[in-house]
Design a protein around this ligand. Structure first.
Ligand code: ZN
Length: 449
């Protein structure tokens, strides 16, 4: 912070040179970055060992002391942490700081059982705001930009995460939260927002309502969309970009690790820079838990390097991705995580074929006569899993065209993904619209299990 000169600010009019929030850290040579990571990994390990009984027990079982760690590769000797550890130690059992040192709590509602609770010290909140500001700058946001923040405010980390980040960057934040879509559109137009923060599914809902109201958001001041908190396909990205007239940037985070801002795309849109001075990223084979070579797909595992209140050792994110350390056009040296289009938990196994909802989305979006709203319904028929796909016809398509349209979509899914589905074409507006995280899959198997 404080490094922003007036010249840089003057360039904010969509300048050619990239705008960095913390240039020194973002473009640091990779050898120096690795040295910083090792130093911070040792402190994190000490913090976890000394203050969190669960980590101490597990490290003792591995006969490991925090100071034993000599190289970054030795992180592979550390035990994993999983989401259920947080639930099992609900609410504060994994915190490394007493309440008097905490500044905030967030929680994510579990679909089953207890929520997972995360805590932050004042310094953790400061780091998070800085990383969100860095992510926004990486996406092309500049000080002075109006940021329309439609992420939900509350226990969910999205709203406040983006809010504090925009403020730290020096942008002007409009704290709208989700819902009241018609009013959101009026505010975007009236306040001259350049940046829209939302889930991709809610961005699409905003586009749809604007079109119904004959408001052309493509002609508005919007130029950048910062979209995250749910997996989305490149086809959905192109759809949103075309309908809102902006550049759609993917941002990644999870509350167990911090919240949004763990990684973010730059203007090159070719992978999300993961901020390695604050996090150590690994990719492992989800079956064997062994590391996979760079560039190969596997489960993303993250160790926090600066978190005080809730240090995380080798947290298994369940997100399937690949990473690259190749140089990026923007000049940032931090590795890139390829766009995450599936989470292990969301993967469906349909008659032996592994399918992510985002693969079906990629087939549906851009199909003529089909609107990009969908739900997958998974149920058990006899001993086999079966998927029904509910899609919507575009406005103006006559109902007697629904049946042939459904056959055409089912055929396309079969030929591109290899699974047989029942497709049901519904009338415009019949698929529920998201106000935050979209519900893409209704799994009826769990109900009977
Ligand atoms: Zn880049």
């Amino acid at each position: 912070m404080g490094a922003t000169t007036m010249t840089e600010l003057g360039m904010s009019s969509r300048g050619k040179a990239p705008y960095y929030f913390e240039q020194g850290l973002e473009t640091m040579a990779r050898e120096r970055l690795a040295a910083l990571q090792l130093d911070r990994l040792r402190s994190t390990l000490r913090n976890a060992y000394e203050h969190v009984p669960l980590h101490r027990t597990r490290l003792d079982a591995q006969r490991m002391k925090p100071d034993d760690l000599r190289t970054l590769d030795e992180v592979q000797r550390l035990p994993f942490t999983v989401k259920s550890d947080l639930r099992d130690h609900y609410p504060f059992g994994m915190f490394a700081r007493p309440h008097r040192e905490l500044a905030r709590l967030h929680a994510s509602s579990g679909t089953t059982g207890k929520p997972t609770v995360v805590g932050y010290t004042r310094s953790d909140i400061h780091s998070w705001a800085g990383l969100m500001a860095r992510s926004m700058a990486c996406a092309g946001v500049h000080p002075g930009d109006v940021v329309h923040n439609a992420y939900g405010y509350g226990l969910f980390t999205g709203g406040l995460g983006a809010h504090y980040g925009a403020e730290a960057l020096g942008a002007v934040v409009v704290p709208v939260s989700g819902g009241s879509t018609e009013r959101q559109i009026a505010l975007i137009m009236d306040f001259g927002a350049r940046v829209l923060c939302a889930t991709p599914s809610y961005a699409l809902a905003i586009a749809e309502v604007a079109e119904q109201q004959h408001v052309d958001l493509r002609a508005s001041s919007l130029e950048i969309g910062l979209f995250g908190a749910e997996p989305w396909s490149d086809e959905m990205r192109r759809e949103i970009e075309a309908r809102l007239g902006l550049k759609a940037i993917d941002i990644y985070g999870l509350s167990e690790i911090m919240g949004p801002g763990v990684a973010c795309e730059c203007e090159a849109q070719s992978g999300l820079h993961g901020w390695e001075d604050h996090f150590l990223f690994e990719v492992i084979d989800p079956e064997t838990a062994r590391p996979v070579p760079e560039g190969q797909a596997g489960e993303l595992v993250i160790t926090t390097l600066t978190k005080e209140a809730l240090p995380m050792l080798r947290y298994r994110t369940r997100d399937i991705t690949r990473i690259t350390t190749a140089a990026c056009d923007c000049g940032r040296t931090h590795l890139r995580i390829l766009r995450i289009t599936g989470r292990n938990d969301d993967m469906l196994i349909i008659r032996g074929v592994n399918v992510y909802p985002s693969q079906v989305e990629a087939v549906l979006v851009g199909q003529p006569k089909i609107a990009p709203h969908y739900q997958l319904i998974v149920e058990r028929r006899g001993s086999l899993d079966h998927v029904s796909v509910e899609v919507e016809a575009e406005p103006g398509i006559p109902e007697d065209a629904f049946e042939p349209l459904a056959h055409a979509v089912a055929h396309r899914i079969k030929s591109l993904i290899g699974i047989t589905t029942d497709v049901l074409v519904k009338k415009p507006g019949e698929i529920p619209r998201s106000q935050g995280k979209a519900v893409r899959v209704r799994d009826l198997r769990k109900r009977s299990a």
